[in-house]
Design a protein around this ligand. Structure first.
Ligand SMILES: Nc1ncnc2c1ncn2[C@@H]1O[C@H](COP(=O)(O)OP(=O)(O)OP(=O)(O)O)[C@@H](O)[C@H]1O
Length: 460
């Protein structure tokens, strides 16, 4: 009997729609209101939506800093336009206030009162799947769709390659591949190939028998044997030397590992997940990756989108991180807006580190909420002029203007830093400890505001 196509499950194992075939629903994502992170979908009904305090579409979570008739948002089929309706606290697009009464194009972030909205040409997938937080892992709809695909692939194959930028969460995806596959009860062994010295790579991966080299007093297991019955995750696999790649290929083909100094190979049964932030095909063309290994490891491939393409996850990530620093510390709308506007080339890893620093800076001045001014000006920005995407260019523009927006160091903060330094005899590390922050964060504050310590003065 032929299957009714309308009852076929989409690619997502969780039953979520893949997005294809569904009519696009333009709308807004409400990502922040008052002091709370959220991920709420507001479809643009007839192509337009009027927002304001008390608007039914905003439900019970209302923002007292929004005017009753605050702004109108409409979609012309290609672009979003925002018109401020004479609100008291103003409407801001990409961090800048727009004049009342004139439509203004909005591409990334709209602020009204203490609320943030992100326009999206299709809010359908988010409306269907929402944002899920499981074990501290924040999953927006793109991530959920990816994980569903990974779960499906784990059932049918033994390899997976994850392509994504550094810090975007590739290891989390690799763990999901492991947990969804038939070897989930076995070990998950993660190896960062860029971090292991290539002179040791062979020994570390394949193991060595006693006496294989001077100093080898006992048999040493390699990562491949350690992952037997489970999954080996090879992050930055293209960093392995070509000779090691050749040996790895043999293991994948024969399912046997020959340790250094061993006479006989040993059978291994494992899944192999690899990851890279580089295009593997270009690496094959450039001679850094063996073509035969690419065909073994490089497929199937999934793409993990960078954090800047998953804005629905960002406020929840911020909230989670700030609460880790101090459970009572809150988020200020300015911080969330600023973070949504920056490109975060180091993705979630960079965001977590920088937001922790910002939270510590806020604590230092006794603030109840972390604001944009507590964030380092360089946090989440591209290193040098290399990034040329429209998002990056727009953010560069925002950043160039940022110093003039940053208020001067509050005298209270300066007084606290100077007092801590005085009490610790000018010792920055000790002062940082006393202030409850990392010394690099304190050094950054000192440098930014030109405070010299007694130790600096002695060196001069
Ligand atoms: N969606 C997420 N929710 C919560 N934390 C996340 C998420 N994605 C990544 N992280 C955290 O961000 C950090 C970086 O993630 P991960 O190590 O998986 O990145 P990666 O893509 O493997 O980076 P690299 O290639 O540089 O190793 C980790 O601390 C991870 O727990």
């Amino acid at each position: 009997m032929e299957k009714d196509p309308s009852t076929l499950q989409p690619s997502g194992a969780d039953g979520g729609a893949s997005g294809s075939g569904e009519e696009k629903v333009p709308g807004l994502l409400r990502l922040f209101c008052g002091d709370a992170a959220m991920a709420e979908v507001l479809p643009l009904g007839e192509g337009a939506l009027e927002l304001g305090r008390g608007a039914a579409v905003l439900g019970e979570v209302q923002d007292p800093r929004m005017s009753r008739r605050h702004a109108r948002v409409h979609f012309d089929g290609r672009r979003f336009w925002v018109t401020d309706l004479g609100s008291q606290n103003g409407t801001f697009v990409e961090g800048k206030q727009v004049p009342a009464g004139t439509p203004h194009e909005a591409q990334r972030v709209i602020r009204m009162g203490d609320s943030l909205f992100v326009p999206s040409a299709d809010v359908g997938p988010l409306a269907r799947q929402g944002v899920v937080v499981r074990d501290g892992f924040v999953r927006g709809h793109a991530m959920q769709r990816l994980l569903a695909e990974v779960a499906r692939l784990a059932q049918v194959g033994s390899t997976l390659h994850i392509h994504g930028e550094s810090g975007a969460g590739k290891e989390g995806v690799a763990r999901a591949f492991h947990q969804s596959g038939p070897r989930s009860a076995g070990p998950f062994v993660a190896v960062n190939c860029a971090a292991i010295p290539q002179s040791l790579a062979e020994r570390l991966l394949f193991g060595a028998r006693r006496g294989a080299y001077s100093g080898a007093d006992t048999d040493a297991q390699g990562y491949l044997q350690a992952a037997d019955g489970g999954t080996l995750f090879l992050d930055e696999v293209v960093e392995l030397d070509l000779s090691v790649q050749a040996k790895l290929l043999r293991v994948l083909e024969t399912r046997e590992v020959l340790s250094l100094g061993a006479a006989k190979p040993k059978a291994v049964d494992l899944h192999v997940c690899s990851a890279s932030n580089k295009d593997l095909r270009a690496r094959v063309a450039g001679g850094q990756l063996r073509e035969d290994l690419y065909f073994r490891l490089g497929r199937p491939e999934v793409m993990l989108p960078p954090l800047r393409q998953r804005p629905e996850e960002l406020p929840l990530l911020l909230q989670q991180e700030v609460r880790q620093v101090a459970p009572a510390l809150g988020l200020h709308v300015s911080l969330v807006e600023e973070c949504l506007l920056r490109p975060w080339p180091g993705n979630v890893r960079e965001l977590r580190v920088e937001v922790r620093s910002a939270a510590q800076a806020a604590l230092l001045v006794g603030e109840a909420r972390v604001k944009a001014i507590h964030l380092s000006p360089s946090a989440g920005t591209a290193f040098g002029p290399a990034m040329s995407t429209p998002v990056a260019m727009e953010t560069d523009k925002v950043r160039r203007e940022a110093p003039s927006r940053a208020p001067p160091l509050e005298s209270e903060e300066r007084a606290r830093i100077e007092e801590a330094l005085r009490q610790q005899g000018g010792n920055v590390a000790a002062a940082a400890r006393a202030l409850g922050m990392h010394r690099t964060q304190l050094r950054r504050l000192l440098a930014r505001h030109g405070i010299t310590t007694a130790h600096d003065a002695e060196r001069d």
